[in-house]
Ligand binder design. Sequence first.
Ligand code: GLC
Ligand code: CA
Length: 562
Amino acid sequence: MRMGTAEVATRRTGGSTWWRDAVVYQLYIRSFADGNGDGIGDIAGIRARLGHLRDLGVDAVWINPWYPSPMTDGGYDVADYRAVEPVFGTAEEAGALVDEAHALGLRVILDIVPNHSSDQHNWFRQALAAAPGSPERALYHFRPGRGPGGEEPPNDWRSVFGGSAWTRVTDGGEPGEWYLHLFDATQPDLNWADPRVQAEFESILRFWFDRGVDGFRIDVAHGLVKSDGLPDLGGDGENMLAPVERTDHPHWDRDGVHEIYRGWRRVGDSYPDPRVFVAEAWVDSPERLARYLRPDELHTAFNFDFLRTPWDAEALRKAIDHSLATVAEVGAPPTWVLSNHDVVRHVSRLGRPVTNGAGHSLSDLAPATTLDRELGRRRARAAALLMFALPGGAYVYQGDELGLWEVEDLPDEVLQDPTWKRSGNTDRGRDGCRVPLPWSGTAPPFGFSQDGARSTPWLPQPADFASVTVEAQEDDPASMLSLYRAALALRHEHPALGDGEFTWLPSGPGVLAFSRGSGFACVVNLSDSPVPLPAGATVLLGSGPGIADGALPPDAAAWLAV
Ligand code: GLC
Ligand code: CA
């Protein structure tokens, strides 16, 4: 499964369109591997574990923010965009990691957070120290409050994490202006109407591109531009992860964002090996998403429509069709994703009824007691084969390859996601999908930190992680890890996979069947009875047992040579 050096070199330099069908591994740095024993993942840990990514067969890694940060939102509160958080390592280590990843044929994508900085960023400290109306304050959204003493927030916008999107500061010892934060109060929104903000971020992009970084994932790409005058939202506050169901939302998906990304594209294209962008944009529809992917804007975007679609053949068929059709109009490749650090792990999502919405947050799902983890795992295996057989790119969230589930019983006192506090302890937030990875051994820290580490992992790992460590799965041909490795190896070898043709094949209800070019087909059975496989087909890879006899059991998928 490993590649020879020549092959690695081809893949790395192999064309400026590598991103069109790359499989990207999302590396949540705090929870991947701890190199220095303080219980928090770091760059040394990643460097020591790069072999895992090579053996898995992914093409690139996306590393969540590693910049200096007070960590009130897991690093999405950036205090300095041009440095590395000391808990994670040093700039030298970061440079070495990029080089080592490149030597293994892996591209490196970082995460940029342009919607807001940390309240500890120099710009915000200076804004607080400066007077209302000053140029320092103009870098953020400061406003006087409403009501006679200005004691009401300037408008009715809500923080994605709960509560008002405004916090009041003191000016000259007295209650003063308010500032906007669509996320935590420690994450003030930058004012993108100010040209200094645009210039600063283009310079930050260059800073990392000059250090060999291959691209950026853009955090909250749909949030940067706010409507002039910051008008009230009206109606209920809404969550970022819910579809934005209005065309003129005052702070999500405003048309002005596109000009910003045209500027970024020019920066990326100015490099001989052009740098790429992937948008995190939670928007209303595939059509709205496609606007970010016009030829002079961003390269790809996360397809949250696919992630939000329940385990239902008709719904998935529609989501796939719709996604393919809309990106095709702008000439961009689709991408597919099942999990990330913001949503419930898909083993837990697929293994129980969805009671509300699309099931990406715990409150959308039937209680934990209804979870059938084995069912979730079977479906996760089938979903992986579906995803990797679709045209375009795919994202693997660290731990997907181990079949990790959402840890739903973390004790209240260890919860760190700001959502927990800001929701008045009603929403437990996203910590359950961020528990440190189990690598080896039979007890915590499961090789996440070395034996004898000073500290325990920053979130406690459940005892039953023992059954899903990399070590436990590595030599087991029936494991999730073996399935991922086999699927990614085949995806690389098979000319029909990745970018290219896609055609639905006739199939019964509850079944998805499609071909990729000539000679390859994928069948997924979402019904509750077995379905026959096409006559004369040979199974190249099956998601589980019982596929051999020409029939596909429920909740299974097969890759076929036809
Ligand atoms: C994005 C990140 C999420 C973070 C938020 C604010 O949605 O994925 O983790 O909390 O932005 O930066
Ligand atoms: Ca560490």
